[in-house]
Design a protein around this ligand. Structure first.
Ligand SMILES: Cc1cc2nc3c(=O)[nH]c(=O)nc-3n(C[C@H](O)[C@H](O)[C@H](O)COP(=O)(O)O)c2cc1C
Length: 200
């Protein structure tokens, strides 16, 4: 092969390499940046769009969706990483029938139990719950915190349901979260900005 030809071929190879390798790296970085920007924006969007849902479709949420929601829940912070909670997910129609009405008839009810001997457990459980609400909202799945169900669980009629939850010694139901596909899209309730004071 003549020297001229070799130089020509090397030039072509270099040109091909720069066009096939260089551009995608830049493109990849651009895509990553876009995803990062989207993540930041969507966290705020999700917080601001979440509302308590009190009307649900009867269709059950998918197992993958439930797993994502629960995984996000247990990634909440907890004092000294004590994870002072126990989580029970009720999807059993017989049990749900017994408690119908006390949780807006959602197809899934998450019961969050707190450790009775841990001062920060209600805080840990609250943060766990907020992660659950926001993860669900990001999947457009409806939720509602249900406090009044705790009264039922602590009543004599609720004892059988509590037994079926098989909670460890020292854990008591603190509150529950109804979960299901939304059958309503309520407006935001007013918030009192007067509760905020910035001290500089
Ligand atoms: C600790 C707690 C207990 C609640 N208990 C109930 C309840 O028993 N039934 C219900 O319909 N909503 C209940 N809620 C939901 C609130 O009513 C709701 O979050 C509030 O009105 C604000 O509305 P939003 O969630 O749509 O922003 C509870 C919320 C919290 C944080």
């Amino acid at each position: 092969m003549k020297l001229n030809n070799i130089i020509m071929m090397s030039f072509v190879v270099l040109l091909l390499l720069s066009s096939s390798c260089g551009q995608p790296v830049n493109k990849e970085k651009e895509e990553e940046k876009k995803v990062e920007e989207k993540k930041e924006a969507s966290a705020i969007d999700v917080i601001m769009s979440r509302r308590s849902i009190r009307s649900y479709k009867s269709e059950q949420i998918k197992d993958e969706e439930l797993n994502t929601i629960l995984e996000c829940g247990i990634n909440a912070p907890s004092a000294m990483n004590s994870q002072s909670w126990e989580i029970r997910v009720i999807q059993n129609p017989e049990i749900l029938k017994k408690i119908e009405g006390s949780f807006h008839n959602a197809p899934t009810l998450i019961v969050i139990a707190s450790a009775t001997d841990n001062f920060f457990s209600p805080v840990d459980c609250g943060l766990l719950g907020q992660n659950i609400l926001l993860a669900a909202e990001s999947l457009d799945i409806g939720t509602c915190v249900v406090g009044n169900f705790t009264n039922f669980l602590n009543s004599p009629e609720g004892a059988e349901v509590v037994r079926s939850l098989e909670l460890s010694e020292g854990y008591k139901p603190l509150y529950s979260i109804a979960v299901g596909y939304k059958n309503e899209r309520p407006e935001a309730k007013p918030r009192d900005k007067g509760k905020i004071k910035i001290i500089k």
